[in-house]
Design a protein around this ligand. Sequence first.
Ligand SMILES: [Zn+2]
Length: 427
Amino acid sequence: MKTTALTERTFTTANGIPVYVYSNPGLHTFCLSLTVKAGPLYEKKKNIGITHAWEHMVGRNLNRVYGENIDRFLDKKGIRCDFRTNWKRVRFEFDGTDAAFETAAETAAKIFEPFVVSPDDLQAEKNRIKAEALDEYAYSIHRMARYYTWSGARKLNDVIGDTDDIKRFTCDDFAAFQAETLTAENCFFYITGNVTDEQIHYLTGLVGAYRLRQGVPKDNTVKVPKRFFNRNCQLKIYDYPYAPSSVLFSFDVDTAKYTKAELDILTGVLFGKGKGMMFDELSEKTGLLYDFHDRNLLFNNIGVITCEFDVAPKKLTKVIKKIISVGRRIKSVMPETVETEKRGYVLGANAWLDSAIALNDMMSDHRTAHNYAQSVTDRAQNHAQVTPERIAEIAREILVPAHMLVCVHTDTKKFDKKKTRKILMEI
Ligand SMILES: [Zn+2]
């Protein structure tokens, strides 16, 4: 008989770090991750960029501990690893076939080894970060939007930070950062896939042996910028006299008022590829543009939902008009559209259980937010409970001029800002 009664279990290491386990004996793979609550959201002014730089340096520290390049070492053992930093967390992820779990556990535990990186290694890694920054720092439209969205909470502009600041960080700075960041209050492990209880205890034993400092718990909230909820239809133009033009719509959200499931459904109905209303109107029906990118950035108190796209300059005004008309339409109750969007979340829920990596990523993410679901079944239920009436109500609260920021890259000589603002105000 098929069973979907898999649920999350919690273990704790001797030094207090939670280890969440959502195992599935039916798989042949595992995924083990360490999530650390850190990032620009929590950085002090003098330390902007240190989290991402530390994430890089952890790789160098592991090279030292192992006496060889850690990526190559893990590769030989059939383990893939991926380290990444976003606004509010660092994620160290290891995955492979079930027999390789112990090696992954040993490596993950060694992240807690004292931080000692040679000046040469430090310099080489700083150069790499500088090169990475070059990739990131093109004046893209979402970078522009980030600036205006978070002005007043300026540190949220970049994960990488300023490379001139990063130059200053010493081995001692990173060691101090590591000691205050790797604490029981601010990190946790998540294990998915085919793992036995013995394997889990192997990990908790290794990690539990490290002495940790007492940390300050981090709450995933951000200081509310002055213009947040008070934008009066903020329209920002950047002169770009070439094709295509780019547009980004962003709406401020009071995240404490809504569940993650409600925001998932709202953004899906609005910006979703394929079945979202804007995609339908602008791409499928009219061919005015081809593709959409939506990004949500949600903290425990506030956040934004956004969409961005490229469009031929000649069609810019027409597209903006259509977006505003869709924004108005979604404020009335649309049972069919909402039910269609929900179906994917509810019927497709069990698909998460078949991918150790995807499940691990999703559940860890839920663990850092206030409205997390503890199982795939919980999550599906949260989505099933969202009603078309509720979506209409949320749309009426969020899709308003006071919450709206619109950034446009286009030829300013051919763009009528006043007229555009009038169109936008009609949302
Ligand atoms: Zn990086």
